[in-house]
Every structure is written in C-alpha cells, then in structure tokens.
Design a protein. Sequence first.
Length: 239
Amino acid sequence: MKAWTTAALAAVLLATTGAARCAGLEPFTASYSVKYSSFSIGSSRLALRREGGKDGWIIESRANASGLARLVASGTLVQTSWLVIDESGARPLRFRFDDGMERKQEDVALDFDWAAGRVHGTAKGEPVDLALVPGLQDPVSIQIATMLALQQGRQPGQLAMLEGRRIKTYDYVFQRKERITTAAGSFDTLVYTSSRPGSERVAWMWLAPELGYVAVQMEQYRQGKRLFAMYLQEYGTGD
C-alpha cells in the first residue's frame, strides 16, 4: 500500500509556446498510464475545472491501481485542491487527500487561511497548524503554479509545497527541449527537473507548450534509478 501511495503522490508531483492557450489557464483533463520500475501498476487522471467564479478553480488527481498493485491498493486515491488565481498567482484554499480505504489514518485535510497567515487541519491523524510562507502550494496546486509561471514567460524557480506536516522547497531547473511521442500524439516539450536539497529523488517533467505546459511525460529517479513514470494517454479541454 505504501509503495502505491508513494507512486500516486509522485505521479502528481511529477505532474508551454501554444499562442492561444498561453493567454490564460484552461480547463482540461489528462489521463496517464503509471509504471513502477518497468511494471504497469495503474492509471492516473488529472482534471482542472472552474469553481466559484472566474478566479476559482478545482484541480483533482485520481489514481487507480491495476494488476498486482490491486492486492495492496484496491481503492482510488484522490487528491483535490480548491484554489484561486489572482495577481499573486495560484493560492490554494483547501486540500484533501483520500487514500480510498475505509480507515482514515492516511488521509489529509488542510485549510489555508491567507488572511490569518496560517494553514491548519490534519495529516495522517496528526494535527497541522503552521505559518504560511509566500507562494505556498499543496501537492496538486503546485502543478498550476508551474504552468502559470511558464505561461507568463517566467521560470518556476523555487516553489514551496506543504507535504503532510512539512513545508518543502523544490528547485525547478530547465534542462533541454525535446520532441517526444505519446499515445496522445507527438509534442515539442520543455524538459525540467524538480528536486530539493538533501533528497536523493529527482523528478523529470516533459511539459508541452501547445497544451498550456501540461506534462506529457513524468519520471522520478532515486540515485539515478527510475522509480515511477507516467505517460500521457489522452488529453482534452473544457469543463
């Protein structure tokens, strides 16, 4: 179960020049196949839709195990972020993680109070009450923050993310341009890595400008060995 949960979370963390779409954020759905090492372990679906007016959005990730992975994770892992997009960028308001099991000790429920400068809730059965830092993201809103930066012609640079009860800072570094072919088609991409000091893990992301910088391929490595990977299968726009 821990390995599948880690894979699902990594898939989300591992979640461009399309002139029309670079003008702003668009609702979309993206479906991926998920692998652990060389084994297919399931699928993941990322969906962004509008909520509560022009500035309100919801982004949701749903991961489903398949094959032998269903022996340890029979449910659907769901991560949901409610956020607003304004002049300061992406600001998460609420984050929920449900591991799909009846027991709730692995679930996460966080509320971001930007007026008071605090985030509070529970993470894996433990209380959370922390001071907000500028630009703080949750595990799914961080993808929107990355896309927005690139759409606005900026580098993502360093992004802070609240993971459970800890705030971690990730460095996004441009590596190269590369054209790749997926089940959803061929795309010109910008390749970025995401890592943090003291961690042996590095995420590689292939971001497609024509899709508004949605990732079409993602891979996570530890000490040079590939652990998890996601490959785009289908992509669509609209609520």
